[in-house]
Design a protein around this ligand. Structure first.
Ligand SMILES: Cc1ncc(COP(=O)(O)O)c(C=O)c1O
Length: 385
């Protein structure tokens, strides 16, 4: 019997997961691992969330909610835009989702047809590319480097369109994973303008908002009502496993996203939505996490160059430092494997984020505790690459 298997699932694995497996195997064998590969906070949900959830488990039915989520959570998210960005977002355009990952699926399905062309910065978060590919959308790589702070610009987009044809969409992330770089407000405005003038649907992944060092990120929701704005409780709110995020849906996509959400997910998880409402009362604890990341970041920015990693992206936000290691290796996967075996430091090869040039890059995460980051810096300084 030969049963059909759809080609849709033939997308690359998430390589960081392979790194995490190698690190776990090393730990099982009794050797220690310093986790600079992780893409999640080293702390769990804030204590106010935990208290609220304990109570909710006893008292709440926890049934399905509306497809766009609990009205109280939609309201808290709308209030957040008012307080944080001075931005008015109508409650009925806020869709609560199963993490930003759920929002990517909904927005890509609602906004793009198979064969459409959507651009994204390379290096970038791999799931954008892989989800788009799975739903039949053509991914157009915008190769970015230090000259544009690893971010797309109108000039780069114009050159891309001249070379390969019209684009239907653009995905941006500021701060970005893996580089941590941000788009300045002036450049963001220019990019939004360019997309508007060229009928390009902008998708702004704002998942690392709140984790910035010295500057506050601007939301695209303040600049463009036609853009899709995506965020999550996974990073600043330190709630990765709760699988809850949100998107601001443009008017013309609202009904499509609602129908897709009803059919694909019915609703986001109820308990996580109750937790998310409580998270908006926990800013003190969450800001303390960011203060800790800032100390870790400074340590790595000071120490990595002494270990030979001296070509680093600007790390304005998120909890990553993207290092150009092309003078040390042309195979970052093997480089990371050896680094783990010889020093116990786990990091992520750039190939996850940039299929073309990632073999010359490594991503270090500074989300974990200070002692771990500091030990890693010491070991890397003594490592004979
Ligand atoms: C840039 C970026 N967007 C989205 C996600 C997925 O996050 P979520 O947990 O909200 O699905 C990640 C996870 O690492 C990320 O780095």
């Amino acid at each position: 019997m030969t049963l059909k298997v759809a080609g849709r699932g033939e997308i690359p694995p998430f390589i960081v997961m392979d790194v995490m497996r190698a690190a776990a195997e090393r730990e099982i064998s009794g050797a220690d691992v310093l986790h600079l590969e992780v893409g999640q906070p080293g702390t769990g949900a804030p204590s106010g969330v935990i208290e609220t959830v304990k109570d909710a488990v006893e008292k709440h039915l926890l049934g399905y909610t509306l497809a766009f989520g609990m009205p109280e959570l939609q309201q808290r998210i709308s209030d957040h835009y008012r307080d944080m960005y001075n931005c008015i977002v109508p409650v009925d355009r806020i869709a609560v989702t199963t993490g930003s990952s759920g929002a990517f699926v909904l927005s890509f399905l609602a906004a793009f047809d198979p064969g459409d062309r959507v651009a994204l910065a390379s290096p970038g978060y791999p799931a954008y590319r892989n989800i788009l590919t799975a739903v039949g959308v053509e991914v157009v790589d915008i190769l970015t480097g230090p000259d544009s702070n690893f971010q797309p610009t109108p000039e780069i987009l114009a050159a891309q369109i001249a070379a390969s044809g019209q684009l239907d969409g653009l995905i941006i992330a500021s701060p970005s994973n893996p580089t941590g770089t941000m788009i300045t407000p002036v450049k963001l405005k220019a990019l939004v303008e360019y997309c508007r003038n060229n009928n390009i649907r902008l998708v702004s992944d704002e998942i690392y908002h709140g984790i910035t060092f010295g500057v506050q990120a601007e939301t695209v929701a303040n600049l463009c009502a036609d853009a899709i704005v995506i965020n999550s409780f996974s990073k600043y709110f330190a709630m990765t496993g709760w699988r809850v995020g949100w998107m601001i849906v443009p008017e013309d996509l609202c009904r499509a996203v609602e129908c897709l959400a009803q059919n694909l997910f019915i609703s986001p998880p109820a308990l996580s939505q109750i937790a998310a409402i409580a998270a908006f009362d926990c800013f003190d604890e969450l800001d303390a996490n960011v203060d800790r990341y800032a100390v870790n970041r400074k340590l790595l920015l000071d120490e990595l160059p002494k270990a030979g990693f001296d070509k680093l992206a600007s790390a304005d936000g998120a909890f990553y430092i993207y290092a150009d290691v092309s003078e040390m290796t042309n195979d970052s996967t093997e480089f990371c494997r050896r680094m783990l075996a010889e020093t116990g430091v786990a990091a992520t090869p750039g190939t996850d984020f940039d299929p073309t040039r990632g073999h010359g890059y490594v991503r270090f995460s500074f989300a974990r505790e200070y002692s771990m980051i500091s030990d890693a810096a010491q070991r890397l300084k003594g490592w004979n690459k």
